[in-house]
Ligand binder design. Sequence first.
Ligand code: NAG
Ligand code: NAG
Length: 545
Amino acid sequence: MRIFTNLAVFASAAVVFQAFFTPSSQFVQYKRNRIESTFLQSWRDYVSNGWDADVYRPLSKKGSYMYGSTEKPLGWIIVDSIDSMFLMYNSSAHHREEFKAEILRVEHWIKTKLDYDIDVSVSLFETTIRMLGGLLSAYYLSDLLGVGNSTLYLEKATDLADRMLPAFHHENAKIPYSSVNLHTGESRKNHVDMGSSSTAEFTTLQLEFKYLSAITGDVKYWKEVEKVYKPLYEENNLIDRYDGLVPIYTNPDTARFWGNNIRLGSRGDSFYEYLLKQYLQSDEHLYYELYRESIEGVKRHLISRSKPNGLVYIGEKENGLNGGLSSKMDHLVCFMGGLIAMGATEGWPITEARKQNFWDAEREEDWNLAQDLTYTCYQMYHQIPSGLSPEIVVFNDGLNGETGSWWQSREGDFFVKPADAHNLQRPETVESLMFLYHLTKDSKYRDWGWEIFQSFKIHSGVQCKYTDSECAYTCLKNVLANPPTRSDNVESFWYAETLKYLHLLFQDNVDLRSMVFNTEAHPFPVITPEQTQNGALLNTGWELA
Ligand SMILES: *[C@@H]1O[C@H](CO)[C@@H](O)[C@H](O)[C@H]1NC(C)=O
Ligand SMILES: *[C@@H]1O[C@H](CO)[C@@H](O)[C@H](O)[C@H]1NC(C)=O
């Protein structure tokens, strides 16, 4: 409590000081510099105490491999973190050489130690978004910025993709199974949920494999990942029967949905994200149409407002479209503000977007929704005692029933159940702030992001020295307490996403029309016909019946 107050006073004194004596661009540079230092502290703690582990515990300083029995690392944290270092290297005023040294450290490790010939079954989805995505964007940025050896990243990415590809041609299955053995290529069904694949998982592989096709000129990756959509849409009559919304489980053999649970949180989220992003990546209009159907479905069925202040939220339909709306919302859903803003503007600043031929009433409505959702997600931090969002909130819809043991926000708009009060340093809210800032240049988005960053610094920073030279960052068990209790783990997306999006929020020239971020925040360039070596072959390989 005391620390928080003192720092808040110090921070506002700094604002006054900075406003008087330095141009605002220098103050922005100061904030970017603070985020870079935080990245470097957290990264160095890992390098010193957990190097090359896939799982790292910052409190006990212990690391382990995800598949310990093989004694082979997957590069879970390392590969996920590289492109954040490339981006920070590029725009840093004070730490360029340090970032460069770290990039070269990682590159040497990849060259000498990383070997994906591992006889274990890995998650097709997680390995694609984190490892394949991380290697591909390292390839892109290494080449673009002229640091390191981009060929090395591409070679590793291609090797990993080839090891996962057998998952797509499993006999008798229309949809890939959820895991694949990197040595044998054998794929396996999920061992829970009746063998179902998560709907968001097999529909969140496309950006990565399509980009690989564009770089290598080999269409096989593109063709394989696209095959999932035709059966998914047609077997389920997805547009007419589901209004573009998807239950979170799919039977991979039949491509039919399993169960009725519809939500934009875990297992549902990035289905919607990759529809839009495939359109932004490769200008395939079918995907924009499918995205549009889905967003209209979201507006029709899932949007509501809290009591008493009318915060806009996205609820869940646990019993299908005809069931009631549950007012529970995962923090994961907070990426939707940024996504819907990108869907409305296609990356043009809002004043420019409104002048484009594509602008219409639906997009104006999307744009308002995007801003409202982003505001709600900011409130999920701002109204919490520690300033950090819990994993899940339940909005006050006036019908919540027995809420005796639940914590209620000070203005009454949402509750937190005791089991949901943890924080995994997730990125989705700062992700949306980053998009909204660059589309509007409205400084309130930077102010909100800075407030969130300060809360992370104060509460998830541990063992910090006064000089700021040393600090580790860890997840939190209970954000309702101030200070919160801590847990002993750091997620790779803290490095890959949260700190990267915060850093991008404080960069000035982010062109959202030239790159697309995968669901793990790995940027890929937009694919143009000139960039593809085999342009004519890279096109949408299916249409709706
Ligand atoms: C690298 O930095 C320059 C100068 O700030 C900027 O214009 C460019 O967009 C940056 N590139 C990337 C990939 O961030
Ligand atoms: C870059 O890496 C590739 C692949 O490992 C290697 O063949 C090539 O010699 C390297 N280039 C340089 C300049 O080191």
